[in-house]
Design a protein. Structure first.
Length: 409
């Protein structure tokens, strides 16, 4: 059961997440256009709303650029949806907003109240969710027929999951530094720099700083940080090097056709390639006495994995951080319910009370290897279709952006 965190108390903490608006955004008033995407304006108000929303969700590096890029993408998505006659029903939009709020173990009213205290309107949140839902339908409409998965492809996926290779369903959380190497001179300089960085970088912060300074990839604005990705998406040679790394370690320089690449491994988790029961769970709970949801979300910003929580708890009383492994059958019902919602290194705030905010993170599960059960072939099919649609969506949006006329007033 989700327990209510005192939203009135949280307001004070949320204020630290809000800052002065970008001066450029105020030129011409809040509803003046900040830029045009084709013939559609993105207003100063929308820009400021998106910045505040991102601050609340995680305050990414170069937040103003991330906000503006996101609004440009949303305009392109909605324009394409309109062109194709794709719409989002009120029911689907309501469900989408509720699902987004549930990611933070909040109901929709709680989430809207929380962002409202940060100055973000429900309408801005609705527009954000609507663009994502519309885009999903656009991609399905255009590429759905191309994503048909054959029985033979499902068989191969099932065999891979059961092969015992240790990589079936494995996902990795990486950061990257991509150095230009499309001429002999660039390659020579890039290799020298890559070796220097590989030998000297000893922390996530140092890697992020180097990525922002040297990398030519789009991820540079996020300090090279990428989201979770299936290990199977990496070329075998690179996958082998990544698996050989420990968390926080940096790879040797990897040569590609026109680039030299360094990876830093942030975490590894096992996906749900096969149906298995969990015998025990490894989890961590970080407690903030008298804390608010906003403070709990700040802890999440500092911790990608359970091991990161030790750094957050350094210097605090030991009872603030609990980490243990327990049989699933012995878990209290409320804890078991929250853990059941999570994948490895995901968090829930659902155990929080007005007396204390709690960050619950799932570190891992011990599977029952004897419980093979029946492979859910339909689940495998959906996973394969989803992977293909994601690839099509990225290239589709890149095409729309390349063809768009994006200009300032």
């Amino acid at each position: 059961m989700i327990r209510r965190v005192g939203l009135a108390v949280a307001a004070a903490a949320i204020l630290v997440l809000t800052g002065a608006d970008d001066g450029r955004a105020q030129q011409g008033g809040p509803f003046a256009p900040r830029l045009y995407v084709n013939d559609t304006a993105v207003t100063n108000y929308e820009f400021n709303q998106r910045v505040q929303f991102l601050r609340l969700l995680g305050n990414p590096p170069r937040i103003e650029k991330v906000a503006l890029d996101g609004l440009i993408d949303d305009r392109l998505r909605m324009d394409e949806a309109k062109r194709l006659g794709v719409s989002v029903s009120d029911e689907a939009l309501q469900e989408g907003m509720e699902e987004f709020a549930a990611r933070g173990s909040l109901d929709l009213d709680q989430f809207v109240a929380l962002i409202g205290q940060a100055g973000v309107s429900k309408e801005s949140f609705r527009d954000f969710v609507k663009a994502g839902l519309a885009w999903r339908e656009v991609v399905r409409t255009r590429y759905g027929p191309r994503t048909q998965v054959t029985d033979a492809e499902i068989d191969r996926a099932v065999q891979s999951a059961a092969s015992g290779s240790g990589t079936a369903g494995t996902q990795v959380l990486l950061s990257e530094i991509v150095l230009r190497a499309d001429t002999p001179d660039y390659r020579r300089d890039a290799m020298a720099l890559a070796r220097q960085l590989s030998d000297s970088i000893d922390s996530a912060g140092a890697f992020a700083a180097a990525a922002r300074k040297y990398s030519v990839s789009r991820s540079r604005d996020q300090g090279g940080r990428m989201g979770w990705m299936p290990l199977s998406k990496l070329p075998p040679a690179i996958a082998g090097q990544v698996l050989a790394l420990g968390p926080g370690k940096v790879s040797a320089p990897i040569e590609m056709d026109n680039a030299i690449v360094l990876f830093q491994l942030r975490s590894v988790r096992e996906g749900k390639a096969a149906s298995q029961k969990a015998l025990a769970v490894d989890y961590a709970i970080f407690t903030i006495p008298g804390g608010t949801l906003a403070e709990a979300m700040k802890v999440r910003m500092q911790a990608d994995t359970c091991d990161d929580l030790y750094g957050v708890a350094r210097g605090l009383p030991p009872e603030r951080l609990l980490r243990e492994t327990r049989p699933v059958a012995d878990l209290p019902p409320d804890l078991a319910q929250e853990l059941a919602k999570l994948d490895d290194n995901e968090v829930s705030y659902g155990l929080s009370t007005p007396a204390a905010a709690e960050v619950l993170m799932l570190c891992g599960r011990t599977p029952d290897l004897e419980d093979r059960g029946g492979i859910d072939r339909e689940a495998v099919r959906r996973q394969l279709v989803g992977q293909r649609l994601a690839g099509y969506a990225d290239s589709y949006l890149a095409e729309l952006k390349a063809d768009a006329i994006i200009r300032e007033p």
